[in-house]
Design a protein around this ligand. Structure first.
Ligand SMILES: C[S@@+](CC[C@H](N)C(=O)[O-])C[C@H]1O[C@@H](n2cnc3c(N)ncnc32)[C@H](O)[C@@H]1O
Length: 212
């Protein structure tokens, strides 16, 4: 079993989805669902940190991929995703992290759904570089995450972000302490933002990037 030193979502797997819905309503799911039409027909897709598998279910319903690699660090989350999407021959369920991508693997689409916020800066740079390396030229990177838009976020956003990091820091050993500077991270890679949509008064954002 691959080691995961990033975080441990096994402990929260059974209640993560209802908790997310309680705190954010449908915003987290809406942001991810908004990205689905940007997936081209016949794509090889990498979903990293997809969680319990509801997004995978939607991808299988609304897109026609050639292959999906569902790469998830938490054994329990992966098990839930597998149970929800049984008999899917085009999906490979792999327990692990970006370190468990195989040499030579390439994808037309990479999806990072509420995972990039988990990492301190250095680790985030490493993870994003690894994902960038497996994305084909002209490939699409679909991002959904907590992402304050304003220079000075309102009090409720700061409080929510702080509470989230405290809660998941204790329960899931999340190492990050604050929302990352995604803008700098993406601009350091050769990725062009093509579309964006805000949810939950801008605290949640979905973005489409293309590798140039
Ligand atoms: C905050 S949860 C989001 C789950 C799901 N995307 C959603 O929005 O419902 C983050 C997920 O990423 C997984 N994860 C954390 N670090 C990872 C890594 N380096 N590689 C793959 N999965 C990872 C966790 O196990 C967890 O299931």
């Amino acid at each position: 079993m691959p080691a995961n030193t990033d975080s441990g979502f096994n402990r929260v797997a059974s209640f993560y989805d209802p908790l997310a819905r309680l705190v954010y309503g449908s915003a987290l799911q809406d942001a991810q669902s908004w990205l689905i039409p940007f997936i081209p027909h016949g794509a090889a897709i990498l979903v990293i940190g997809g969680g319990s598998g509801w997004l995978l279910e939607k991808l299988l319903q609304h897109t026609s991929p050639q292959h999906i690699l569902y790469l998830e660090a938490s054994e329990k989350m992966l098990q839930m995703a597998r149970q929800r999407n049984q008999h899917q021959t085009i999906v490979e369920f792999r327990q692990g992290t970006d370190a468990d991508l195989h040499p030579g693997e390439q994808f037309d689409v990479v999806i990072t759904p509420f995972i990039l916020d988990l990492f301190p800066e250095k680790r985030l740079t490493q993870l994003m570089q690894r994902l960038y390396a497996v994305l084909i030229p002209e490939g699409v990177w679909l991002f959904a995450d907590f992402c304050p838009v304003q220079q000075k976020p309102p009090f409720w956003q700061k409080l929510l972000a702080k509470s989230m990091y405290l809660f998941f820091g204790i329960l899931s050993d999340v190492k990050a302490k604050q929302l990352p500077d995604y803008k700098t991270q993406f601009s350091e890679l050769n990725l062009q933002e093509q579309a964006t949509k805000s949810f939950n008064k801008g605290f949640v954002q979905a973005k489409v990037f293309r590798k140039v």
